[in-house]
Design a protein around this ligand. Structure first.
Ligand code: HPA
Ligand code: MG
Length: 217
C-alpha cells in the first residue's frame, strides 16, 4: 500500500495558547503551546478507524499496541473500530497484543531501542498485524520493531501512527496510516512522554525549555 495522506501541520504552526483550552495546572509553566487539541485528535482517529475497517474488512486483524506511548491512540482507535463493527455488514474480527519499547531519554533517542516487555510475539505468526504507534520520529524505532516482527512470520504487517515528525533525522520510513505530520518539535501529551511525565495531559503540546529542565533525568 502507498503511504498515507495525513493532516500536515506547517513549520510555522504556533498551535493554540494554553489559556484557550483546559490544561492541568501542574504543567502550565512547562508547555509552549497546544499543537493538537484532544477534540481534533479524536475526530482524526475516527476517520483513521474508518479507513482501517475499509482496508481490512472481514480478514481480521491483531492490533499490536506499542507501549507506553501508544496506549491512548490504541484504545481510542480500537473503540472507534468496535463502534463501526457494531454497525457494518463487513465487520472486522479484532484481537489485541502488546509490546513495550523504550528508546528515548530526555528528548534524545538512546543508542539502543529496548524491548522491555509484552506478549510473546510468536502469537502473531500467520496473522494480519496492525502495529499501533504514537509517533514515527527518525523511524529507527519502528523499523527495528518491524524487523523483530518479521522473524515471527506474520501474514501481513501494517503500521498506524498518530504522528509523523518531519525531521532531517528521518530514515525515510512512512507508516501505512498516519494522523498528523508535525514539525521537528518535541511533543508531549495524549500518552506521549518526556521522561514519563505529561502522559496525563489530553492535548498534544510542545514542551518548553522550563519543562525540559524541570523534568530532565
Ligand atoms: N515526544 C515524545 N516521545 C517521542 C517523540 C516526541 O516528540 N519523538 C519520539 N518519541
Ligand atoms: Mg517515550
Amino acid at each position: 500500500m502507498t503511504s498515507a495522506q495525513c493532516i500536515v501541520l506547517p513549520d510555522n504552526d504556533e498551535g493554540y495558547p494554553l489559556d484557550m483550552f483546559c490544561v492541568p495546572k501542574h504543567y502550565e509553566k512547562d508547555l509552549e503551546n497546544i499543537l493538537i487539541p484532544s477534540g481534533l485528535i479524536n475526530d482524526r482517529i475516527e476517520r483513521m478507524a474508518r479507513d482501517i475497517v475499509h482496508d481490512f474488512n472481514q480478514q481480521g486483524l491483531v492490533a499490536l499496541c506499542v507501549l507506553k506511548g501508544g496506549y491512548k491512540f490504541f484504545t481510542d482507535l480500537l473503540d472507534k473500530v468496535k463502534l463501526l463493527n457494531r454497525n457494518l455488514e463487513d465487520s472486522v474480527p479484532l484481537a489485541v497484543d502488546f509490546i513495550r519499547l523504550k528508546s528515548y531519554v530526555d528528548d534524545k533517542q538512546s543508542s539502543e531501542i529496548e524491548v522491555i516487555g509484552g506478549d510473546n510475539l510468536d502469537n502473531l505468526k500467520g496473522k494480519n498485524v496492525l502495529v499501533v504507534e504514537d509517533i514515527v520520529d527518525s523511524g529507527h524505532t519502528i523499523t527495528k520493531l518491524l524487523s523483530l516482527l518479521q522473524k515471527v512470520q506474520p501474514k501481513t504487517v501494517k503500521v498506524a501512527s498518530l504522528l509523523v515528525k518531519r525531521t532531517t533525522r528521518s530514515i525515510g520510513y512512512r507508516p501505512d496510516y498516519a494522523g498528523f505530520e508535525i514539525p521537528d518539535l518535541f511533543v508531549v501529551g495524549y500518552a506521549l512522554d518526556y521522561n514519563e511525565y505529561f502522559r496525563d495531559l489530553n492535548h498534544i503540546c510542545v514542551i518548553n525549555e522550563h519543562g525540559k529542565v524541570k523534568y530532565s533525568t
